[in-house]
Design a binder for this molecule. Structure first.
Ligand code: GLN
Length: 254
């Protein structure tokens, strides 16, 4: 072995050792914003994070031989945290957008969604789509695709909240006219919390076509490859369908 190859080996070993993601078994830090049922939420009874994303990412990480470790933060902190290597993966129903793709790398899409509109029952015929929301007061979650859509509505007054629960509460308190948020989250809220959702309805339309992906640091190509392979395998062996059916009651995609 030449001096050069020893030096190279030492250098490589060092690089791998200091990398946020090691090739051998490692704890992978997963950033999430758990006010987004059925994708990610805190089960207060058990004190654990649950949801479609949580099941999917835990399974993918385990298949790679690593240990998942959940980190909770504001939705708008996720991308900066990934870029500074404070976390290794984002699992937060994050829509793959060109703007985010410039900052982070996404896995293959694992869920298709779109925005939904929630209004007071009394306004069911008044605010039905993006056109009728012109000039209205709209609650959104900060840093989301819903927030981006809302600010483009002519004359709309957009109120940004840290959590989806605060946005919905504001509608209940009549502080806003509508909530613009990922439709499956609004739908799940009305079904699971019928008391809290009393007097509010989700309009039938879906606005925009979005796909969720897990995100990693652009430098972490090995992790990205591993996650995509795990997702492929989960689609093939029925695990994806099983998790999908657990949270959405069907294996039929929108
Ligand atoms: N899918 C939306 C987005 O990516 C909202 C995600 C969320 O609030 N967790 O912006």
């Amino acid at each position: 072995m030449t001096f050069k190859s020893v030096a190279l080996k030492a250098l490589l070993g060092f690089t791998i050792f200091t990398s946020s993601f090691a090739a051998s078994s490692a704890t992978l830090r997963i950033g999430t914003e758990p006010t987004f049922a059925p994708f990610e939420f805190m089960n207060n009874a058990s004190g654990t994070y649950e949801g479609f994303d949580m099941d999917m990412i835990r399974e993918a990480v385990k298949r790679m031989g690593h240990t998942p470790e959940l980190h909770q933060m504001g939705f708008d902190s996720l991308v900066p945290s990934l870029r500074t290597n404070s976390i290794d993966i984002i699992a937060a129903a994050m829509t793959i957008t060109p703007k985010r793709q410039r900052a982070v790398a996404f896995t293959q899409p694992y869920y298709d969604a779109g925005q939904g509109i929630m209004v007071l029952e009394a306004n069911r015929d008044r605010y039905v789509d993006l056109k009728t929301l012109e000039g209205a007061r709209i609650a959104v979650q900060i840093g989301t695709t819903g927030a981006e859509m809302a600010v483009k509505i002519p004359g709309a007054k957009v109120y940004k909240y840290n959590t989806t629960n605060e946005a919905i509460l504001e509608l209940r308190n009549r502080g806003v006219d509508a909530v613009l948020l990922d439709k499956p989250v609004l739908g799940y809220f009305t079904v699971v919390n019928p008391r809290a959702a009393k007097g509010m309805v989700v309009q039938p339309g879906v606005f925009g076509a979005e796909s969720f992906g897990f995100a990693v640091n652009k430098q972490n190509t090995q992790l990205l490859k591993g996650l995509n392979e795990a997702l492929d395998a989960m689609r093939k062996d029925g695990t994806y369908d099983r998790i999908y059916a657990k949270w959405f009651g069907t294996t039929e995609r929108r």
